[in-house]
Design a protein around this ligand. Structure first.
Ligand code: SAH
Ligand code: DHB
Ligand code: MG
Length: 223
């Protein structure tokens, strides 16, 4: 046997622990056919998010960045029958694919998909007073991560969990002089996290079928 790769090990993990699932497989196929970028969380990461949602007993999940709804389906399946995932997507063409995938998964009743730039839909959501979120997943345009963190805090309660995807980007996060607005957004987000007394946080690097990246995870410790 040659030197196994991260990807091989991810394949082994998914083969043992994340059995194939019709709705999720179909969602990825539909995304591909519609020309969506393959930037969904990996199967192992999707199940990880699902398990965290169950561990914290989440009833209301907020997701920023829907794409084709792959992670949305993992979250919706973690919720009780009266639970909801509010998921925000800027692009109508992505949202249309997500609607189809969520419908096929039989989860339409648990998903509230809002179309528009999140920095426009978040104030509307906050103004509705529909209640706080138990878990918030930030996975949209990385340059806006500092603003998304502020909204997450407004929409959370003590005990809520905030998870942010793609905070490592092949190590590019270390480049303080990066001209990439997304990298600068991730770095400002880390600074804000470090200085935010209401949160206790860490970040975990990940390798696997989506390459080298990572999640930040924060617990709201006080209001
Ligand atoms: N969470 C998804 C992947 C999201 S990819 C999954 O794991 O399956 C990031 C998504 O964020 C893309 O669909 C992109 O169109 C969307 N996006 C980018 N900028 C946005 C913005 N300003 N507001 C809302 N969504 C945005
Ligand atoms: C990109 C976005 C993501 O959410 C992701 O998981 C991977 C890549 C991107 O915009 O390139
Ligand atoms: Mg992502």
């Amino acid at each position: 046997m040659g030197q196994p790769s991260w990807n091989d090990v991810d394949g082994y993990i998914v083969d043992r622990l994340v059995p194939p699932d019709d709705a999720l497989v179909a969602a990825l196929e539909t995304n591909k056919a519609a020309g969506l970028p393959a930037i969904d969380v990996s199967p192992a990461q999707g199940k990880f998010l699902h398990l965290i949602a169950r561990m914290v007993g989440a009833r209301r999940v907020l997701e920023i960045g829907t794409l084709g709804g792959y992670s949305t389906i993992w979250f919706a399946r973690a919720l009780p029958s009266d639970g909801v995932v509010v998921t925000l997507e800027a692009l109508p063409e992505h949202a249309a694919v997500a609607r189809k995938n969520i419908e096929r998964a039989g989860l339409t009743a648990k998903v509230d998909l809002r179309v528009g730039p999140a920095l426009e839909t978040l104030p509307l959501l906050a103004g509705e007073g529909g209640g706080v979120f138990d878990m918030i997943f930030i996975d949209a345009d990385k340059r806006s991560n500092p603003e998304y963190l502020r909204w997450a805090l407004k929409l959370a309660r003590v005990g809520s969990v905030i998870i942010v995807d793609n905070v490592v980007r092949d190590g590019a996060v270390l480049d303080a002089n990066s001209g990439d607005k997304d990298i600068q957004g991730i770095r400002r987000f880390f600074d804000d996290l470090a200085g935010e007394a209401r949160l206790s946080a860490t970040a975990i690097q990940t390798v696997g079928s989506k390459g080298w990246d990572g999640f930040a995870i924060a617990l709201v410790d006080r209001g």
